[in-house]
Design a protein around this ligand. Sequence first.
Ligand code: NAD
Length: 512
Amino acid sequence: MNKPLPNNALTDNLRKAQQHLARFKSAVVAHRIAGENVLSQDAFDNFDPSDNSVLCRVSSGTPADVDRAARAAEEAFKVWKDVPGEKRRALLHTIANKIEARADEIALVESTDSGQAIRYMSKAALRGAENFRFYADKGPEASDGLSMPTQTHLNYTVRQPIGPVGVITPWNTPFMLSTWKIAPALAAGCTIVHKPAEWSPLSAVILSEIMSEVFEGAGLPKGIVNLVHGFGESAGKALTEHPAIKAIAFVGESITGSHIMAQGAPTLKRVHFELGGKNPVFVFDDADLDRALDAVLFMIYSLNGQRCTSSSRALVQRSIYDKFTAELKARVEKIKVGHPLDPATELGPLIHPRHAEKVLSYSQHARQEGAQVATGGVRALEGKGNFVCPTLFTDAKNSMRIAQEEIFGPVLTAIPFEDEADALRIANDVRYGLAAYIWTGNVGRAHRVAQGVEAGMVWINSENVRHLPTPFGGVKSSGIGRDGGDYAFEIYMEQKNIAVGLDRHRAPKIGV
Ligand code: NAD
């Protein structure tokens, strides 16, 4: 047998991806509303980030489409809210089984659609299935409350699903993020209208097919899950304004969160926001520098740097700053940029030409403000795709735009600090507060910094590893509310208190 050529895996993945994409290419991608494929009058182009060719055309949802979907979710809620927890548990596990069965297809479609390298996307579907399994098992206990007895009354609480929920997701890791919202909402007893991002809408179609198959197969109403494609300003806005939608679970930019809050105000929408970040990774001079280096690289250059928890600011103690950044630079220059379906690729194309332009513009800002572009800052693989070189800015100050703004690309800003107090001051001097990473060999310092840093999540001597029962979310402009564990039910469920008189208390008589 001949030894396989190195690019055989890419050719093979391209062929398989084309097979899975053929159906999206052959007809306009439809919404799925109450179990029906629905087309809008208008459609938009969806592009392949590796060459910006048109991958397919997608229906552009209108307020009328959203209304139809919200009404279907409202109708289905009447049944789904009362489906026993054990049955919900079984159905969500069936969804997880079906996701696992289609994991390769989901990975290939998502990687092509989003530009994220297949080496990371190959696990996206499995992570999505895990989310469904975790919340499947929480389904039976979702309505449990507390007992709070007094001398005169037995007070007890129950949790009840809030109603139809709007789920609005971004383009960076769309499948996993959608399951993160949809699985707990379904486990709680809510019904769904999902509006995926217009730049990577395809894996949402597969998820919607899987869920519809399961619910329809069980003889349940067809509107439990609905999918409406389209732009934020039209379909997304209509969803946030719809009176039948009781809560919005949103993942995206902080500014969009503000818009959604305003749009949802007239209907007093409950909101759950996972927003942007400018996350610090502290590297103290007593850290295990080898491990810190690996983690710093992984947390900004994997997933194209298009990851909310990416550590985009490296705060490095002055005494090791030059050595550490020199090693960083050498490693960054070895990162392999390439086609997202090539298993050797570490950095794929960014999602859209506009986004690539935005990311590249920061090199200009870096130079203008006096930082060094140590490496990168330019396009990679000259061609039609949105490829950019992994970029490292050094000698930056925290007041610079490269340290304050979320770039959301493979771009790291390295800033020196003097001591612990200086490090914390720099870390907290941004509007965001999603995640922080601390590398130090000093246990006391690790805990002091963890408590002092303004962030919803802190990892000490670790990169981002997600444990599903723990709370996930940010403070300041990085979010409102928490995903994960029981925390997610705080958005999808209402607390009700029931007070039962124990005949030891009587209301004072009036009117006698
Ligand atoms: P975005 O805010 O531009 O879009 C997100 C979604 O909101 C899309 O579906 C879009 O169509 C929709 N939308 C846009 N305007 C809307 C409006 N007025 N009303 C309703 N919906 C609207 O974000 P993006 O560029 O797709 O994603 C990148 C952002 O997502 C980054 O800021 C990143 O940090 C953030 N993100 C956060 C997390 C987290 O957990 N905190 C996770 C992933 C991504």
